[in-house]
Design a protein around this ligand. Structure first.
Ligand code: UDP
Length: 376
């Protein structure tokens, strides 16, 4: 079958943020793209749909946050943001704590009221655990940052069910995603710009892709006809899994997956917060989202709750998280080396680069790829 029927300049595999930004920027430079997308919708894991006046994030909570003004200005061309600030509550066996780790958490955990008292408590627990020097894994990093009590109650159970691995086998950077601060401030992020788009995320992609120079084919699997695509298109932007692109020739990278269960209830406020984490090891889900609180609105007397269950990944499931442990990082390096030799293919996105990217990092990477491609 012939695919490049319109003399496209680019084939873009995947309609997530990397692919959509690339297509949009190529179009603004007069270049024509065909986007093929395996799923039946655009926007990748940023996809949202509206139900009862509430934007539901189909692939889990997406809060846009960044320190990068270029990225912030860029996304603001396509949407307005509400003033949402993420403030997560943790439920450990019925006791509630504020996240991220801050003076509220330390007060709730230990009754300490000053930064000096909190720091002394953490230092005492770090020493009792015998932790010093550079942390070798997530457990050591966590205890070194906030002590054993918080590690045991708010981190260990959540982390081990989230990743399906022992905290001693996970890289320390994962826990540094969460701020630790000695002020009474429950903002989950330290970034200067934060929010959720007022019309949901899908509307951003509708706008980005609204061009005569961009065609989108949904329900189309690149791997059903890979060789033909590769030979027909002069340049390809690939945002799928890097190991699959190379037919798993060095072995399979590991990913972690999640699944979601939603329910609609006849109330306008079921849990009183947008996200509640369940940090014990026994509860099978990690967190419960109440979507109307992200929007700060919704129809009267309707709320939608979604429970997030971590699960093992296999080829029949969506790959959500790369597992950046030593073994997988080494394997990725081999694929990356291979990718660098293929000069008509640009790889990007969380799966193409096997990185635990936040949305703003994907935006930044896509804009860098655009500059490089167009020699700017
Ligand atoms: N984490 C934790 N307890 C929590 C929330 C997060 O131990 O209540 C740890 C866990 O290891 C998780 C990591 O912090 O994988 C990063 O959390 P984040 O909320 O950034 O994860 P994401 O939203 O990307 O799934």
């Amino acid at each position: 079958m012939k695919h490049n029927t319109k003399n496209y300049d680019y084939l873009i595999v995947g309609a997530g943020p990397f692919g959509a930004i690339f297509a949009h920027e190529a179009a603004s430079r007069g270049k024509r793209s065909l986007i093929i997308e395996r799923r039946s919708h655009i926007a990748g894991n940023m996809y949202t749909h509206k139900e009862n006046g509430i934007n539901v994030h189909d692939y889990g909570a997406h809060i846009f946050h960044t320190d990068n003004k270029v990225v912030w200005d860029y996304i603001n061309q396509f949407t307005e943001f509400n003033g949402y600030i993420n403030q997560v509550v943790a439920n450990y066996k019925g006791d509630l704590y504020n996240l991220p780790f801050n003076m509220n958490t330390f007060y709730q955990m230990w009754g300490v009221k000053t930064p000096a008292e909190a720091q002394a408590k953490i230092a005492e627990q770090r020493e009792a655990a015998g932790i010093s020097g550079t942390p070798k894994n997530l457990e050591e990093q966590a205890i070194s940052l906030i002590g054993t009590d918080i590690y045991e109650k708010l981190i260990k159970g959540y982390t081990e069910k989230q990743w399906g691995r022992k905290a001693t086998e996970l890289p320390s950077f994962i826990i540094r995603r969460l701020p630790t601060r000695f002020i009474y401030d429950n903002n989950y992020f330290n970034h200067r710009y934060q929010g959720v788009p007022v019309d949901g995320y899908t509307a951003i992609f509708d706008k980005m892709l609204d061009s005569d120079l961009i065609d989108v084919q949904l329900d189309t699997d690149f791997f059903a006809d890979k060789e033909a695509y590769l030979s027909e298109f002069p340049r390809i932007v690939y945002t799928g899994m890097i190991d699959q692109f190379f037919d798993y020739k060095f072995g399979e990278l590991e990913y972690r997956s999640v699944r979601f269960e939603s329910e609609t209830l006849p109330t306008d406020n079921a849990q009183g917060n947008s996200v509640i984490n369940y940090t014990d090891a026994e509860t099978p889900f990690t967190r419960v989202m109440e979507w109307r609180h992200f929007d700060q609105k919704g129809d009267d007397d309707v709320t939608i709750l979604t429970r997030e269950y971590p699960q093992d990944w296999d080829r029949t499931k969506e790959a959500y998280y790369p597992v950046n442990d030593h073994k997988n990082s080494e394997l990725f390096r081999q694929y990356k080396h291979e990718a660098d030799q293929v000069d008509n293919v640009i790889m990007g996105g969380r799966l193409g680069n096997y990185q635990y990217y936040d949305m703003d990092m994907v935006f930044h990477a896509a804009l860098v790829a655009v500059e490089k491609e167009f020699g700017e």
